[in-house]
Write a protein that binds this ligand. Sequence first.
Ligand code: SME
Length: 155
Amino acid sequence: MKAFHVELLESCRGLLAEDGMNALTDVCALLKSEAPRYDWVGFYWMNDADQHLELGAYAGAPTDHVRIPYGKGICGQVAVSGTLLNVDDVASSDNYLACSLETKSELVVPIQSNDRLVGQLDIDSHTLRAFTDDDVHFCILLCDLVARVWEPAAQ
Ligand code: SME
C-alpha cells in the first residue's frame, strides 16, 4: 500500500480507537472526502433472523436500499458467500441493485468478527474500474479494524 492509504488507515484507526462504532459515520465521511473515486461509502449489517442486510452509517446520497435481502444485488451476494466482490462495471452484473444511475463500479468487503460474518463495507464509484489492488487491501485492513470494535447493539 502506498503512503496515501497507510495514512488514511491510521486516521480511521484513530477515529475507531476514540469512538468505537460511533466513529463509523466519520469514517464514511473521511473515506468519501479523501479517497479519489469513492462516491458513496456505507456499512451494512447482517440480520440473520430476517435474512437481510441493514444499512448503518454511510456518506453520500440517501439510498432506497436500507434493507437488502440476502442474495440480492452485489451486497446480498457477499452476505451469502462472505467473499469480497470488486465489480469493475456494474452494468455487466446481472444481480445488481442500483443505488444511483451514476454508479459505475462497486467494491463490497465482508466484515468478520470471531469467524462470524457480521457486516460489510460497501463503496460505490462513478468511475469504471475505480478500485485498485491498493484500495482492496486498504478496505480489507479497515474492515479488520472495524471488526475489532464491532458490537451488535451499536449497529
Ligand atoms: N449496489 C448495491 C446496493 C447498495 S447501494 O450500492 C448503496 C448492490 O447491488 O447490492
